[in-house]
Design a protein around this ligand. Sequence first.
Ligand code: HAM
Length: 420
Amino acid sequence: MNINRPRGTNDILPSESYKWQQVEAKVRDICYRYGYQEIRTPIFEHTELFERGIGETTDIVEKEMYTFVDRGDRSITLRPEGTAPVVRAFIENNLYAGQLPAKLYYMGPMFRYEKPQAGRYRQFTQFGVEAIGSMDPVLDVEMITLPIELYKACGLAGFEVHINSLGCPKCRSEYRNQLQAMLAAKADQFCESCQSRINRNPLRVLDCKSPKCRELLKDIPSIQDYLCPECREHFDQVTTSLDQLGINYVVDPHLVRGFDYYTKTVFGILVPTLGAQNAIGGGGRYDGLVEEIGGKSMPAVGFAVGMERLLLALAQENIAFNEPKAAGYVAHFGGKTKQAAVKLVHDLRQAGLWVEMDYLDRSLKAQMKSADKLQSQWVIMIGEDELAQNLVKIRWMNTGNEEQVALDQVAEYLASKREG
Ligand code: HAM
């Protein structure tokens, strides 16, 4: 019986991994320009971190976590997201003492036991950013512009930014109570999962995808109308600044997101043509989380981008990547010529070039084919007679031109060609 990868996981093969590397390089470049530094936290954490951080009545905590008891009888969970772990690390390593806001980013695997489908996996990769220690709406705006910059740098065009405010515990609880009462009045008409949410987490009903529930939600009042003066002012400053920067967005009062930690600004970035899993990024402010996890009261804001979905969106828009190409190939005929090839390949690699050779004792024809596949610019052929005179032949693959070069001058010759 073959052993296959677990459902909802992916192998990223060399035919794809170079694309990932190019997107990752853009991520690091943008984070550098925005002043975010990398943080790497463990892939697993104590389960309690997510129960407290994300919220016990969220889908993630109720049904999607990979939780197990380890050999020391501790409940451990593979991280379903990066925000709670980063906040835990911020508190544990006393990063309050450093410059505030702490500006951190991460990239790595997350795990959720979801029903796998295109764009939805059980192991997926997030690039996330967290800024801890400032209330300034300017930072909310930075969290929206940074991923947009990444999408644009990758060449993506067809995305939309949706924003909303979830208010603060004060104004949200008033809205929550009103909403709950209204939903309860027609509870039996909602889908099963909404019915169970009405009591436990009524805001989550707002983003149900079922057409019937959407219809029922049509005349539900908007959370935007319940914001207290402080939350209203904060949201207005965010939208004013987005306008000033020329960033298009839609205010979507049904955008609530799947975590209990959000306060004030939330946002989601979608590619409408991507199908059911069309969110390529999302985030928001979480002013209560640091305290909730045991730290000092401290505001914060962040976002995460789903890297698989971003790559799917780029493929859908036929965005081109730079395919890796070998600089050259050294062909040999076995025996002494192979020894000379090994030495030459070694020297050229030390000079910084990607140089390939044959490891299967194949014919010259087969070696030329490999060179072609690798899109080599040149092939050096080491023949026995020429080697006796310390010479090799080099063929330029685009023109078919051939030249003879002294074996010990190949590196200089190639360098002069690169400069020329
Ligand atoms: P999230 O919206 O759950 O937010 O995830 C962010 C992104 O990760 C989504 O927009 C999506 O692109 C991707 N994603 C989520 N689940 C899956 C999945 N099962 N398969 C593939 N991609 C997926 C968060 O995780 C928050 N921690 C974001 C944040 C940071 N908020 C504040 N700071």
